[in-house]
Design a protein around this ligand. Sequence first.
Ligand code: SF4
Ligand code: MG
Length: 282
Amino acid sequence: MAKLKEFKGDTPTWCPGCGHYSVMAGIQRACLGLGLEPHQVAVITGIGCSGKVSEYMRCYGFHTLHGRSLPVAQAVKLVNRNLKVIAAGGDGDGYGIGAGHFVHAARRNVDITYVVMDNQIYGLTKGQTSPTSRQGFVTKTSPEGAGEREVKPLELALGAGASFVAQAFAGDIKRLTELIQQGMEHEGFALINVFSPCVTYNKVNTYDYFKEHLLDLKQMEDYDPHDLAQAYATVLERQGLVQGIIYKEDRPAYHTFLTDYPDQPIAEQNLVRDDARLQQLW
Ligand code: SF4
Ligand code: MG
């Protein structure tokens, strides 16, 4: 059984208090909770402060291009079914430049977990409006307030056909870990959108803000995460400020439709050297 320190890679350089520390700890604890060893996990990231998590964790990893974590993560899973694959990134990465990939990964339902560290700002480039910044949000690039309406990740995921949609908060690591672990256990595409405050550049969506406004769906006794209509209604009514599993649908993951999907990981098969083929090439 692995220990937490075995999942720790390079020393993080995030700002003190950044929510991403908790999100990474949540991913590591979820791996432990599932009894995984570092060699059984792959973390695939995009660009942004959040993207560094693939270097700060000790497991298989790939720090890809901006917005491109999902295509790579899906490919990794399809060539090595034995890996638990986690794609991770930020709101700019996932809902801006990577938004097209997000929509299609959701409906394709490849068996991966997507953890989005949503801080409603571009942190790495020093505080500009991101796709999830609320309309009217003031930054140095939007001094009179953002003119566009924000992207709403939960509504987007529900509309795109994601089979598992959850939301968590970096200020509640126990619940965050539980939700990431449930997403990893789900067979299919699982989104965990995490409110992960950027303490340096976002002075509006702070830890205190989420503590005050987030409702945990556990408190709604009649909430049924298998009810899509109720999921939409609740998300709309609460303006997205909910924590928990918003929607869960048991439907076959993408690989079950592949008639020639191999029993063994393709990655391992390729390790067997085909000498006859090599002779032909030479
Ligand atoms: Fe975290 Fe913001 Fe600092 Fe980036 S700039 S490390 S998101 S607090
Ligand atoms: Mg961001």
